[in-house]
Design a binder for this molecule. Structure first.
Ligand SMILES: Cc1ncc(COP(=O)(O)O)c(C=O)c1O
Length: 379
């Protein structure tokens, strides 16, 4: 039977935002986690040069895989081989590859609720069974070793994300290690979505590979590297799984865009520039967190990384989608409704992305304050 997938409601909000913009309204796009910083200059310059010089056939960049392996050594002190990287069109196909090449229809895959919308939907599309574990503000909306020890029967795998979407919260190193131990003991394979690594405000995120070499890692150039539209990412697979994952990739997707692979390699010459982006997000985060109490939004887990604030609006509504639409219509601020991330409690939550410019954040706060002050309480 065909799987029915929920749409990503933030896309509908975004469409409405663009329609309002076309009518001349001033819109602040806080609905998607899309870096406002743009690709590094070195990547853009390389792309220009390559366009004039190369024929752009199907291609897998060996130098890029080498550079990625070196990056894991530099950033995490973890040794991986260049051959373990399978280059993809972003983390999204890398997740499809990880799941489809290693698991079967009917397999049970655990994840935190709230969590990134595509986890649930990708599993459904592959006829696997999402096992959603409710994670509240008390645990930073994150999975714990204790929660994974308690699921009966043990799932085939778990998807973890640290920092996470929609909350930006981290799983601290000690807990990550405990998760790895529980999963090893129970035979639960770990898929770690590390797409927000490099964007942390408290402590740098450690890769799961430091604790579990059998884990599968998905990541991409979309966030830290600020190259979302270039569609470039990777699956980092354990050595004995590489051939199978590569065969799946060859059949399902062929290769990642050649131009992006060239540009992605050049992006490694701009790590200082990329590391500097965090200063923009840190300031945006500071401004937003400081403004939240005045908006009456007090139930949040402050984001340790990424660029999201996930806040409870339970005192104002039990329909986050209608709330986001009204907010957009009245203020021009686009946001994402919690139902995209949590089919049960998401009706009480809203997600703001602060990946926009600091000037936009300041303007958003100016508009949000009177609007929230005017909202009637539900009870
Ligand atoms: C947690 C998470 N994983 C994966 C993705 C997919 O990213 P991409 O396919 O652009 O690499 C996103 C996009 O926002 C995300 O938030």
């Amino acid at each position: 039977m065909k799987a029915e997938l929920e749409p990503f409601h933030a896309i509908a909000i975004s469409k409405q935002a663009h329609a309002l913009k076309a009518e001349g309204r001033s819109i602040i796009h806080m609905e998607f986690g899309q870096p406002s910083t743009g690709a590094p200059q070195a990547a853009i310059a390389r792309a220009h040069a390559v366009l004039d010089a190369e024929s752009m056939g199907y291609w897998e960049s060996a130098p890029l895989k080498q550079r990625l392996a070196q990056f894991y050594d530099e950033r995490y002190g973890v040794t991986v081989h260049a051959d373990q990287f399978i280059l993809t069109c972003g983390a999204s196909p890398a997740l499809v590859l990880a799941l489809s090449s290693m698991f079967s229809p009917g397999d049970r895959i655990a994840m935190a609720r709230p969590g990134y919308v595509a986890y649930r939907n990708t599993l459904k599309a592959l006829h696997m069974e999402p096992v959603e574990i409710a994670c509240g503000a008390d645990v930073g909306f994150q999975l714990t070793a204790a929660a994974l020890a308690a699921i009966e029967p043990a799932p085939h795998a778990v998807i973890i994300a640290s920092p996470a979407n929609p909350t930006g919260t981290l799983i601290k190193a000690k807990e990550l290690q405990a998760i790895a131990e529980v999963c090893r003991a129970r035979g639960i394979r770990i898929i770690s979505d590390e797409i927000y690594h490099g964007l942390s405000y408290v402590e740098p995120a450690q890769t799961i590979l430091a604790y579990e070499p059998q884990a599968l890692v998905v990541s991409s150039f979309s966030k830290y590297f600020s190259m979302a539209g270039w569609r470039l990412g990777w699956l980092l697979a354990p050595p004995e799984h590489v051939d199978r994952a590569q065969a799946y990739c060859g059949n399902l997707f062929l290769t990642a865009p050649s131009l992006s692979q060239h540009a992605g390699l050049a992006a490694f010459d701009a790590l200082d520039e990329l590391d500097g982006h965090i200063n923009v997000y840190r300031e945006n985060r500071r401004l937003l967190l400081a403004a939240l109490p005045e908006l009456g939004l007090t139930t949040v887990a402050p984001p340790d990384g990424a660029f999201y604030i996930y806040a409870s609006i339970a005192h104002l509504t039990d329909d986050s989608l209608a709330f986001c639409k009204r907010l957009l219509q009245d203020t021009g601020i686009a946001s994402a409704p919690g139902i995209d991330f949590d089919p049960v409690d998401g009706k009480y939550f809203i997600r703001f992305s602060f990946a926009v410019s600091t000037a936009e954040i300041a303007e958003a706060i100016r508009r949000l304050k009177p609007w929230f002050a005017a909202q009637p309480r539900k009870d």
